[in-house]
Design a protein around this ligand. Sequence first.
Ligand code: UTP
Length: 524
Amino acid sequence: MDVEGLKSRLAEANQEHLMKYWDQLSDSEKSQLYNELNHLDFKEINGFFKSAMEDLASASEKLDDLLEPLPKEVCGRVVNTQQEDLLQYDVDGLTEIGESRVAVLLLAGGQGTRLGVPYPKGMYNVGLPSGKTLYQLQAERLLKLQRLGEAVTGSSCKIPWYIMTSEHTKQATLDFFKKNQYFGLQEEDVVLFEQSLLPCIGFDGKIILEKPHKVALAPDGNGGLYRALHKSGVLKNMEARGIKYVHVYCVDNILVKMADPIFIGFCMSKGANCGAKVVEKAFPTEAVGVVCKVEGKYQVVEYSEITLKTAEKRDANGRLMFNAGNICNHFFTLDFLKFVSEPTQEKQLKHHVAKKKIPYVSEEDSKVTLKPDSPNGIKMEKFVFDVFHFATDRSFAVWEVIREDEFAPLKNADTADKDTPTTCRRSLLNLHHRYLLAAGAEFVDKDGNLIPHIPSQKKGEEKGSGDRQKGEDEAMFVESEISPLVSYAGEGLQKLVEGRKFTTPVHLSQDFTMDEPEIVEGEW
Ligand code: UTP
């Protein structure tokens, strides 16, 4: 350990307080702190802090005058696309999948602080009849999609799954996949890599110590992806496998259609190298970022960055002018990913600043870590969508899908009223109910009475098991779950359910250990 060298680097960067407890540390603590500090580039971090604070100072300036709506040519909507075009996109996407030219990339390095569980969000079970976790649902969607791709091309294919983790999620995620035999996927096709951490910094520019021998560190945002791609060798791995297209998505959307062939086919039809799947913003004040143009460049603009007047603007059809709600669901060509991950481009992506309550070592007693009541510093994060900036009119595509079919994120614990385990579970059961109705199934209740297709709400019924709460208004849903191994997006169900009456709840169950689906009725 070159302790003196480290001390002088710290002094140069005005961060020498980080070693103020050095003499009190045990040998192992010393080496932990030394390693942590030795890996940090203080000059770079001070630079990040300076520009982050400048951005914070100008954060109240609104972007209204710089905003432009999306050009029509880059946009498509599932609801007004001809059936034959949708089929063509689907076949085109499935062909690429069948040729093993598509990969998926999961952003799973977040700390999930709002959900508040001590394990990675992907391991969360929202209380479905199957008890499947988000990771298992996603793994099974991939398995099924591989089969659908193979059916189109007639040869075997793979969809490699790249999972970006952080120090907080890596080991637990790896252990979970191993314990569950990768849910039937091949181990070598699930590639974990790690994003970087950045120190949390007090408003005075001093890096915060969480413990005498530990810096307060946080992942550098989902836009840390590009730096991690550059450092990790993942791009080379993709190249070696012959990947051309990459679908990037967040861990928490329970409805996510990974490597959605229609989205891929649509982006290909536009010749895009960068694409965003969006949902229509529900109302002007909805707290969702919208994809639009700012000074001629594609960007996601948060609701807080525009005035209400702009958020309320409508086009000639009465739709909100800025309505392309970002759902963190992106298409990239590998060439585009390689380009934006180069340091010259990556360094142009700004850090977004969030004021946070960051635990810190007590001045009175260094053995105690204090949790502040109000923000005492900042976390700096890059955002995955900031690379839209590098796309042009000819290389960008925006595909609007139906929210109820494709977007239900898990952000909060059940004490909140939106984006909770309950809302996610309901969204999935509701979607699967609609898949079964469309395939010709009917549903009857315990007494054999036919349930209307749109059942009315019954309040306060106490329901079965899982982590569901007593007295939820769950009776408004016909509880139906379909294993992704049975159907990826509603296809192939007719032969199983058409003309049949099912007693709810109904579960078309299958996992990778089963050759055939099993239909379980009337019990949960
Ligand atoms: P969120 O911004 O919702 O963060 O992440 P989160 O960590 O899930 O939850 P909170 O804010 O702490 O409650 C959106 C997606 O980006 C990923 C998350 O794992 C999630 O899939 N993410 C976020 C990263 O991969 N790295 C990060 O540094 C931050």
